[in-house]
Design a protein around this ligand. Structure first.
Ligand code: ADP
Ligand code: TRP
Length: 344
């Protein structure tokens, strides 16, 4: 009998790299959506530590950033009873699947990746891993049979590449092993950074960290470079980072007030910065900051969540890999287990 998919919950999957502190771009571009979606389907979220090795090559840093990313998610409202949170590398089969996908993927597809070209242009070493990155991301998505992938704009091309790779694989092995996922954008898919381009962990000066110390955030906000227009002069809010960030944290009416003040004149940059600061404190300070501090005091709680999440994620991955082994002619996990335990 054909499988009845009509009652199956939608599976959402996404990852975030532990390559620095999570910032407002990550939150409004992706994480806020991830947390909302935990009430709407099955959610698999992971800390992409394999991916981060393309830029972070310091064991202590990688562990620290991985913990921080997980603790941030929990403080921001991720509920482990509703959504899985885990470390990418705790399901190492994704690296195996990435290799298998690479065998059916043409160089042309990989060479078109914008993110690789952008990263190299920004001075990141063009390693084979960085080039291979979209294949690993495709494996992340496909191994958990994800339906939807909520991400920021910069990741959409990678999801298109994932769909292509899934199609190549199904075609090469003449079996519908993988279903094609879809990207989902948030309302703020491209948050501008303090230095003009996209806010990104790879440019520390561009970010406002979600849980930075209040003094640091104050310094960053008050230090935003503006032109020298006086308070009374009209200003264009559309390219104004203070307004663009304020619009993300303030209520629509409040944001409209600032916009009007800029357009008509009367709103000075100094006052706008203070308004932004106080909203940031309202949204991320207080209860959330307290919760985040508790995670630092009890790191074992975070570790327990990650391990429990990985155990469940791995069961799903194992089922997919069984089909992959069958389709490709690689030995099944049963045979592998016999090999691993022989002679022990
Ligand atoms: P970064 O680029 O800072 O290293 P990641 O690559 O780990 O961040 O991205 C994690 C998630 O956050 C992805 O879904 C990505 O699309 C999203 N994201 C990152 N930066 C931004 C931004 N400036 N605006 C919107 N979304 C973003
Ligand atoms: N490449 C993503 C980023 O830099 C992180 C990531 C890795 C991811 N694997 C994924 C996102 C799978 C969505 C799905 O933001």
């Amino acid at each position: 009998m054909p499988e009845d998919n009509s009652k199956k919950p939608i599976r959402y999957l996404s990852g975030v790299q532990p390559s620095g502190r999570l910032h407002l771009g990550n939150y409004f571009g992706a994480i806020r959506n991830h947390i909302r979606l935990q009430d709407q389907g099955e959610c698999f979220y992971f800390i992409a530590n394999y991916h981060s090795l393309t830029t972070v090559q310091d064991a202590e840093q990688l562990k620290k950033f991985t913990f921080m990313a997980a603790a941030d998610y929990l403080a921001l409202g991720l509920d482990p009873a509703k959504a899985l949170l885990f470390r990418q590398s705790d399901v190492p089969e994704v690296a195996e699947l990435a290799w298998l996908l690479s065998t059916v993927t043409g160089m042309g597809l990989m060479e078109r990746a914008h993110s690789y070209k952008d990263k190299v242009a920004r001075g990141i070493a063009p390693s084979l891993g960085l080039f291979f990155y979209p294949a690993l991301m495709a494996a992340d998505i496909l191994i958990y049979r994800s339906d939807k992938v909520p991400v920021g704009q910069d990741q959409i091309q990678h999801i298109e590449m994932c769909r292509d790779m899934a199609g190549y694989f199904n075609h090469a092995f003449q079996k519908e092993v993988f279903k094609l996922p879809e990207g989902v954008l948030s309302e703020a898919p491209k948050v501008m950074g303090l230095t003009g381009g996209k806010m990104s962990k790879s440019d520390e000066a561009s970010v406002i960290p979600i849980f930075g110390e209040p003094a640091e955030i104050k310094k960053k906000v008050m230090g935003i470079v503006t032109d020298s227009k006086g308070v009374a002069e009209p200003k264009d809010p559309d390219q104004n980072i203070i307004y663009l960030l304020y619009r993300l944290v303030a209520a629509p009416g409040e944001a409209a007030g600032m916009e009007k003040g800029f357009r008509q004149g009367g709103m000075g940059y100094g006052d706008a910065k203070k308004m932004l600061l106080s909203k940031l404190e309202e949204v991320f300070g207080g209860e959330r900051r307290e919760k985040r501090k508790k995670m630092d005091e009890k790191p074992d709680l975070v570790e327990d969540v990650l391990v429990a999440g990985a155990q469940r994620a791995r069961r799903t991955a194992a089922r997919t890999m069984e089909q992959v082994y069958e389709a490709t002619g690689l030995p099944s996990s049963k045979i592998k287990k016999a090999v691993w335990t022989a002679g022990t």
